[in-house]
Each structure stands twice: as C-alpha cells, then as structure tokens.
Design a protein around this ligand. Structure first.
Ligand SMILES: O=C(O)CCC(=O)C(=O)O
Length: 296
C-alpha cells in the first residue's frame, strides 16, 4: 500500500479497521483502495471521520446511485439520501438483515456515520454470508442453490412490497456464493410448501448467526463504516441506555445473480382451499402479479 493507511483485521471471518486517512479528502485512488479493502474484508470501519451530511452524501456518490429509505422517515435530519435511525424513536435494528432485500434491485452497499453512541453497548455485528454458505453440508448447499425465496417489507408495515431472490447468489466481483436469506425480510421458500419452508428458513437464518462467521464492532462517534450487502448481514445489540443516532447513505442498483436455476416450479397447493391455504396467500398473490406484469 503506497500511502500511510493502517489496516487492522478484526476477526477471522470479516471486518477491518482502517486509520491514517481522511475520507473527506479522498482522491480517486483512495476510493479505489476503499473498494478493494471492502471486497477483501466485507465491512470496513474508519474511526474519527465526523462527516457533515453533505460530505457523507458526496462520499457515497463515489460508489454508485444513492436512494433515500423507501419506507422509513428520519427523526431529525431532513436530507435527501440520508437515512437516520435514533434509539429514542425505536431506531435499533436488532434483527439480522441485509438492507432492503424486499426490492427487486436491493442495496449494493451501505455507508454508515455513527453520529452519537453510548459509551458502552450498542455494538453492531456483521456475518459473512460466503462463509455461511461454504460451511453448509453438500446436500444443504444443493437444496439452497436450487431454490428461491420471497422477501417483503412487513417490518415496515408494507408486506405488499415484495421481491423473489435466489437463496444462493453469486457476488458479481468476487464470484463467491452467498446465502441470501435473512430473518427480517425473508418470508418463504418459493419451491417448498409452507411447513418445509418454515423449517428450512428457521435453520438457515439461525445458521448465519454462528459466532465464527461474525465480527462485532464497538463504536466511537464519528466512525464511518461501509459494508457490502451482497455478502453480509448485520444486527445491532439492543443493550444500552441513552441515545444512539446513526445516519446512513445507501448505494442502490444491485442485480442479484443466482448460483443456479430453481430445481422446481413455485409450490402450489393441490386440491380445494382449506384453513391452511392462508399460508400460501401472499406467495400466490406475488406470483400472480408478477405473471400479469410479464404478460403486459
Ligand atoms: O445502527 C447500526 O449500527 C446499523 C443500522 C442498520 O441496521 C442499518 O442501517 O440497516
């Protein structure tokens, strides 16, 4: 590395802390280096940056198209492209997730500015979804590669916002396969019946939490973190008193590439409707609207 950056790896699975750089003065070469470090470590932290919202957004533009949060409103800051969470307004993301997977083209990466945080508690964890996939048994890998899953925005009271993505995706830059289901937004394995889907999804969304796949970061105010949504999930520890405020810019436009074709058609319940048909209603509605849209 030609410059004076210090890179400290934080865990076996993923994560690095980087010092010796001022991101508000980043050159094109610096940005390329940040991108390389992100591919290598999946989540990177730059403490002591303290960007203004304008600087944060400007920095974000180096990585692609930005988008405001589609559903959630900011508590304090009124800035296009900044998404803000404050603990006093219920803004603690304490369920494992990848950002915005209920959209057809979800987020490529997110850039978080830790504005205010408690002295202790409120750490965030990330998990490496490439490793989570690689360490599944071969039969389980094959099952996952041959299936797709329905995601929705029910946590934002918008279950009508849905997308289907492969359960295993291929990273467009590294080529690595990632397990792409999360407990916050993923509802149903499309090719399985509701009971099977529940069991498999419960298993996979627990599996990704294996501590060996994770890194846990303790924040200081002014830290900038970047994470790759194509191969990670994250989770905030809700174990603190007082205020914690984050601002995020979100780089959009991800094209989710499947590792393989689905091994079966979407599951359709045979026979007459019954009390249990309700478990299939949401998926049926989504498939119908998708088919109608395809027919024009
Ligand atoms: O507050 C954090 O540390 C992470 C926030 C989060 O989960 C998100 O921006 O999606």
């Amino acid at each position: 590395m030609a410059n004076q950056w210090q890179v400290r790896r934080l865990a076996g699975a993923l994560g690095a802390e980087i010092t010796g750089v001022d991101l508000t003065a980043a050159t094109a070469t610096d940005i390329e280096q940040v991108k390389e470090l992100l591919l290598q470590h999946q989540v990177v932290f730059f403490p002591g940056q303290s960007m203004s919202p304008e600087q944060h957004v400007e920095f974000g533009h180096n990585f692609g198209e930005l988008e405001d949060h589609p559903n959630l409103k900011n508590p304090f800051t009124d800035h296009p492209y900044i998404f803000e969470l404050a603990a006093t307004r219920g803004g603690v993301a304490d369920e494992w997730h990848t950002d915005i997977t209920f959209q057809e083209q979800p987020s490529i990466m997110s850039i978080l500015h830790m504005v205010k945080c408690p002295e202790f508690g409120g750490d965030t964890m990330w998990t490496n979804l490439n490793q989570a996939f690689a360490e599944l048994s071969l039969p389980m890998q094959q099952l996952c590669e041959g299936t797709t899953a329905l995601h929705d925005a029910a946590p934002h009271s918008r279950p009508d916002q849905m997308a289907i993505h492969p359960v295993v995706r291929v990273h467009p830059e590294t080529g690595a396969k990632a397990l792409y289901v999360n407990e916050h937004f993923t509802r149903r394995i499309v090719e399985m019946n509701a009971t099977e889907s529940r069991v498999v999804l419960d298993y996979l969304t627990e599996w990704v939490k294996n501590p060996r796949f994770t890194v846990r970061y303790h924040w200081t105010p002014g830290t900038i973190a970047l994470w790759d949504n194509r191969c990670t999930q994250h989770f905030v520890l809700n174990d603190f008193e007082g205020e914690r405020v984050i601002q995020r810019v979100t780089v959009m436009g991800d094209h989710v590439e499947a590792a393989a074709e689905p091994m079966a058609q979407p599951w359709v319940r045979e026979g007459r409707k019954s009390a249990t048909s309700r478990h299939d209603r949401q998926m049926r509605q989504f498939l119908r609207s998708r088919d109608n849209a395809a027919e024009g």
